[in-house]
Design a protein around this ligand. Structure first.
Ligand SMILES: NC(=O)c1ccc[n+]([C@@H]2O[C@H](COP(=O)([O-])OP(=O)(O)OC[C@H]3O[C@@H](n4cnc5c(N)ncnc54)[C@H](OP(=O)(O)O)[C@@H]3O)[C@@H](O)[C@H]2O)c1
Length: 228
C-alpha cells in the first residue's frame, strides 16, 4: 500500500486522484479547506488552508500531489499587483510550503514522487492569462529545478491541463454552446474531464513512470502542439 498526500483533494482533479488512489487500495491524505465526502478507512482528511495553516506531520509518504490553483483571467490593465501576488501565493508558495514540510520523509518513500499543476496557457500564449501564466511558469521552473536537485531519489513532474470540467472551470464552461465552442478549439474536439487528468497523475506516481522526471505532461487534447 502506498501513502499518497493530496493537497486539494476535496474537489476537481485532486478529488478524482483521491478516488482513484483509494480504489487502487492506497492510503490517501486530503488536506484542503473542505472534505471530499468519501467514506473510506484508507482516507485521512484534515481541514487545512495552505495559505495560513501548517500541514499535519506524516511519517510515511510515497507521493505528494499539490492541486490548489487559480483561474483569474483579466486584461492586463485590470490586473492589480494583488492579483499577481494572490495567484503566486496559491499556485507557487503553497507548493513550496508543501515540499518543505514533507521532503525529508518523502525521500524515505517507495519510488517517491511529486506532482505539480501548470496550465496549457504557459506553453501556448492565451489572452487574459498574464497573472496565472506568471505563477504557473514558476511552477514549471520549480518542477525542473527540483527534479534536478532531488534526482535520483525523488521524481518531480508537472501536469499542464487544458480547461477541464471542475469547480474551478465552472464560470468558463457555463453552458452547452460555450462547451461546444471550446471543445472545437481542441484538435481532439473534446472537453477535458477531471478523470483524464487524474489518469496522468496515477501514471506519474506509479512505478510505470519510474524513469520519468522533470517533465511537463501536457494533457490538452493537442491544443499546445498541433495546428489542424
Ligand atoms: N480546471 C481547469 O480548467 C484547469 C486548467 C488548467 C490548470 N488547472 C490546474 O489544475 C489544478 C487543479 O484544478 P481543479 O480544476 O481541480 O481546481 P478546483 O476544482 O478548484 O480544486 C482545487 C482544490 O484545491 C483546494 N484548495 C484551493 N485553495 C486551497 C487552500 N487555500 N488551501 C487548501 N486547499 C485549497 C480545493 O479545496 P477547498 O476549496 O476545499 O480548499 C480543491 O480541493 C490547479 O492547480 C489548476 O490551476 C486547472
Amino acid at each position: 500500500m502506498k501513502n499518497i498526500v493530496v493537497i486539494g483533494g476535496s474537489k476537481g482533479i485532486g478529488r478524482e486522484i483521491v478516488n482513484s488512489q483509494l480504489e487502487k487500495g492506497n492510503k490517501c491524505y486530503n488536506f484542503s479547506r473542505t472534505e471530499s465526502g468519501f467514506d473510506n478507512q484508507n482516507l485521512i482528511e484534515v481541514k487545512v488552508d495552505i495559505l495560513s495553516d501548517d500541514l499535519p506531520e506524516i511519517e510515511n509518504i510515497d507521493s505528494v500531489i499539490y492541486c490548489p490553483g487559480s483561474i483569474n483571467l483579466k486584461p492586463i490593465l485590470q490586473l492589480k499587483e494583488d492579483d499577481f501576488i494572490n495567484d503566486f501565493n496559491i499556485n507557487v508558495l503553497g507548493a513550496i510550503k508543501t515540499v518543505k514540510t514533507y521532503l525529508n520523509n518523502l525521500k524515505k518513500g517507495d519510488d517517491p514522487s511529486l506532482i505539480f499543476f501548470s496550465t496549457v496557457a504557459v506553453g501556448q500564449g492565451m489572452p487574459f492569462h498574464s497573472s496565472v501564466s506568471v505563477a504557473k511558469a514558476g511552477i514549471e521552473g520549480l518542477t525542473k529545478s527540483l527534479a534536478a536537485e532531488l534526482a535520483p531519489t525523488v521524481r518531480v513532474n508537472c501536469i499542464a491541463p487544458t480547461i477541464t470540467r471542475t469547480d474551478m472551470a465552472q464560470r468558463i464552461l457555463r453552458n452547452e454552446k460555450i462547451e461546444e465552442n471550446i471543445a472545437n478549439k481542441h484538435p481532439l474536439k473534446k472537453i477535458c474531464e477531471a478523470k483524464d487528468i487524474s489518469d496522468m497523475a496515477d501514471f506519474l506516481i506509479s512505478t510505470n513512470a519510474k524513469n520519468i522526471t522533470g517533465q511537463i505532461m501536457r494533457v490538452d487534447g493537442g491544443m499546445s502542439t498541433l495546428k489542424i
